[in-house]
Design a binder for this molecule. Sequence first.
Ligand code: HEM
Length: 389
Amino acid sequence: MGFADTITAEDLDRDPAPILARLREEAPVAWIPALEMWFVTRWDDVQTMEDHPEVFSAATEPSFLARTLGRNMLTQDPPACTRIQRAMKPPFLRAGRSGTFVEDELPAMCDELIEGFRDQGAFDITSGYADAVSAGSLAAVLGLDAHGWEEVWRWCEGVCTGVANFARDPELFAVGQRAADAIEVAVLARLDELRLRPEASGLLHFLRAEEDLTAAEIVNNVRLMISGGINEPRDGIALVVWTLLSDDGLRLKALGSAAAMRRVVDEVLRRYTPVGTITRQTTQPTELAGIPLPAGVLVSGILRSVNLDPARFRDPERIVLSRTEGANAAFALGAHRCIGEWLGRQEIRVGAERLLRNLPGLRLDPDHEVELHGFEFRGPKSVRVVWDS
Ligand code: HEM
């Protein structure tokens, strides 16, 4: 029995780092029986997967993603996904709706949330702040803000329950389906409104895109955004605040310059990689790092591992603002690189900065240790802070 045979899903959820380090060293392309998939843990090999979507396809069968959300850009390969990405990415760029949102609305949204708990003197920033900034930002950019961040957050929890239902529990499917239905009703109603009264928003952009998106394409891909574009900035805000409150020198640097704060966000996303994996399926027999892979198997490219690959990053466990090794893989490296990257980075930067600037004497609550959990998606369960109220 080799090391890979002993790996369990529970171990990976609890503490993936030592497992991934050993795989990188001893078995960089390894069959993991407990998960019934191959793990690829070195930078160069995941880059090869990303460079060859015709061999490592995102159109997996079965697809938990397609079953809950309907067919979307992340369940298709180029060129089908390219058309949708081209139509849907602009609102998430600085030049689109996200630019005006981040400039004119995001800081005030953060400040208002902070005012709501300032008097308490202690707070868990993951619930009621990081989640609110994250869900509220996506809702505002899409044009669904009339629903309020709490409802959008509930949709997110619902569809994520369906997507992560690996045990195929019918009740959990039903939870996912209810959330997917609610998103459909909300999006279709909003599209009707926007046809009558156009207002700058992601949904209006999708409606007018020259790629002629169908209503189903808009609905399914908005479901994808809600399932994938809320937890990550939430975890990112919590991780950056935790990192900065754990290191006074780094915190001073980050608050001293916008460029340093951007580097902190990038390094924290590399160091902790909230989206840990990309899942693909081989379309033909192939070989990776000299290991033969049959056709039709699931292959997981472990972004969290390649971001700590010492062959790519010197002293990978350290947060180093002056790194020169090049891009990291937190937003993936290929055909499905995150379309919400720019917006996600700004949510984390502004969300963390407003908190650190607004609350005097902000520090980690010494009675509550920060614990990370999860494998595919990994972030802090809670980050409790206190300040001088
Ligand atoms: C810190 C924040 C974020 C991180 C770390 C992150 C990470 C990722 C990663 C790793 C992928 C690739 C998944 C794969 O190839 O299997 C991805 C794809 C995607 N992300 Fe993000 N994401 C973030 C924020 C957002 C936001 C704010 C949105 C809002 C629209 C978003 C929407 C998407 C979509 C739609 C895809 C699929 C792209 C495609 O299939 O072409 N993400 N993201």
